[in-house]
Design a protein around this ligand. Structure first.
Ligand code: F0G
Length: 478
């Protein structure tokens, strides 16, 4: 690998002739070095991409060449499911790269879920990103953003979070002891599983009176004022790490593209990163077929679905009419409309990566759908019944695949990969409420969100403390 970043002796800053940042606005296109800490273009405020001088990078001739990295698993950088694809995201010199063993995740053929979705068994796969060290896909992106923060010498890093980004940031800070984590969460909007991680890992946890969208706005202001490194997916380096989820999917399919990638949509970092991965792989001649992308909103947080499907906000040859989104946000403000879904991880109305997601949808001939909380929880129960399991937001992908199958958009024989973004144990409240026999608890947690039934509940059986009664119950129910 011809990685040739250098440390400038005068400023101790890393410069690179391999990578740079570029404004995604085609009418601006300003470029900045990787040593700059930016979350938007200083000239026009648009989002930034990390770009590479591919002709100076030793990219493998074919994707299967990456398999050689497995023989070097004893090296932490090659053990990492992100950094063993370093040539696809070479913005950092190897001696600055941070890893805690992220990306050891599984693509699992899931036949019972395939039957539920209506796809021929053998054709549906679940990508279990909940197997990451902090229990969600966030570690893929966090190791990249954290590496960048380390490169530029940051001492504090911040994020707004519905819980998983904060858990991931707090974990990287705690394991490496390189930075202090400052996390912003909305009040009452974070599951205990996720909050407990941030607290235990020692993050400074700021609970603001508001929801995720408010927390996101405030963390941008505050991190600018205090010079704290921001690790939300508005940070372009985050998305570089998340590209590798697609590389691992391709690897597990022996480098054959599936027909569909189905992913939940919240802040739209994943969908944007996946699109960028496929754009680059195609540009480098490493894949022929581009999978189609389906991004699934929760019905209570359906900004992308509304804008893309009802208001025709499209990539439009790199000139999307973003004023359509601004108008929609004004309407949300006027009607005091806040995101509300049991899938708290994607309870977001103002997705920061909207424009990048439009690019991904364009390149991958994508579609957008929304699913109800009822559909999410039923799909989640089916995923769990098939083993390993996921948190509610993740199950939006499976619920979305089912709807797309019913609509005939996804074919019965299509090869479909649903991304399961977070671990089953992240949000046990929703799971237990779904399976409970306690109607009050059900109504309290789920009923208020329009969930009226638990179609696939596996209820606990209450028995007296008596051997004969217990034996009878087991015989009756097994
Ligand atoms: N699934 C899970 C489990 C998540 O935690 C998130 C986002 C998403 C899906 C949405 O992904 O933003 O790439 O579209 N969670 C963020 C957080 C917002 O703060 O943890 P996206």
């Amino acid at each position: 690998m011809s990685v040739s970043q250098q440390t400038s002796s005068t400023s101790n800053r890393i410069t690179s002739d391999l990578a740079y940042q570029q404004c995604m606005n085609v009418d601006c296109g300003a470029t900045y070095g990787v040593e700059e800490v930016l979350t938007s273009c200083p000239k026009c405020r648009d989002l930034l991409d990390v770009r590479y001088n591919w002709d100076k990078i030793n990219v493998p001739e074919k994707l299967s060449d990456f398999e050689g990295m497995w023989t070097k698993r004893y090296q932490p950088l090659r053990f990492s499911g992100v950094w063993r694809f370093h040539e696809m995201l070479p913005f950092a010199p190897e001696n600055k790269v941070i890893t805690v063993g992220e990306g050891q995740t599984l693509l699992q053929q899931a036949n019972s879920v395939a039957r539920y979705v209506g796809i021929r068994p053998g054709q549906l796969y679940l990508q279990y990103e909940g197997m990451n060290p902090s229990g969600s896909f966030k570690d893929n992106g966090m190791c990249a953003a954290f590496t960048h923060a380390h490169m530029i010498g940051a001492k504090r890093a911040a994020c707004a979070s519905t819980g998983n980004t904060s858990a991931s940031l707090a974990m990287y800070c705690a394991v490496t002891q390189l930075m202090k984590a400052v996390i912003f969460i909305g009040s009452g909007k974070i599951s205990y599983g996720k909050l407990s991680q941030a607290l235990e890992y020692g993050a400074l946890t700021v609970q603001i009176a508001g929801d995720f969208d408010d927390a996101m706005a405030r963390v941008k202001d505050v991190s600018k004022e205090l010079g704290i490194y921001l690790v939300n997916s508005i940070n372009p380096f985050r998305l570089e790490g998340q590209k590798t989820i697609m590389l691992r999917v391709l690897e597990a399919l022996r480098w054959e593209s599936p027909d569909w990638i189905v992913v939940p949509g919240g802040n739209l970092g994943n969908s944007s990163a996946f699109g960028k991965a496929f754009i680059e792989l195609k540009q480098l001649g490493l894949i022929e077929k581009i999978p189609r992308l389906a991004v699934i909103n929760a019905g209570g947080a359906d900004t992308l679905d509304v804008l893309f499907n009802q208001r025709n906000l499209k990539w439009n040859g790199a000139r999307p009419r973003m004023e359509t989104a601004c108008r929609y946000y004004d309407e949300l403000d006027q009607s005091h409309s806040k995101a509300d879904t049991i899938a708290s991880a994607i309870e977001i109305n103002r997705p920061v990566n909207l424009k990048k997601c439009l690019r991904a949808l364009d390149f991958c001939d994508g579609v957008v759908r929304q699913v109800s909380d009822q559909e999410i929880l039923d799909a989640k129960a089916q995923v769990g019944a098939g083993g390993i399991g996921c948190e509610p937001a993740s199950a939006a992908s499976v619920a979305g695949a089912k709807i797309l199958r019913q609509q005939g958009v996804i074919g019965m024989d299509d090869r479909v990969v649903c991304i399961l973004t977070g671990h089953q144990l992240k949000d046990p409240t929703a799971t237990v409420a779904y399976h409970t026999t306690d109607q009050e608890k059900f109504n309290q947690v789920l009923g208020a969100r329009g969930v009226s039934r638990a179609s696939f509940a596996n209820r606990a059986v209450a028995v007296p403390n008596d051997v004969e009664a217990i034996v009878k119950a087991i015989q009756l129910y097994s």
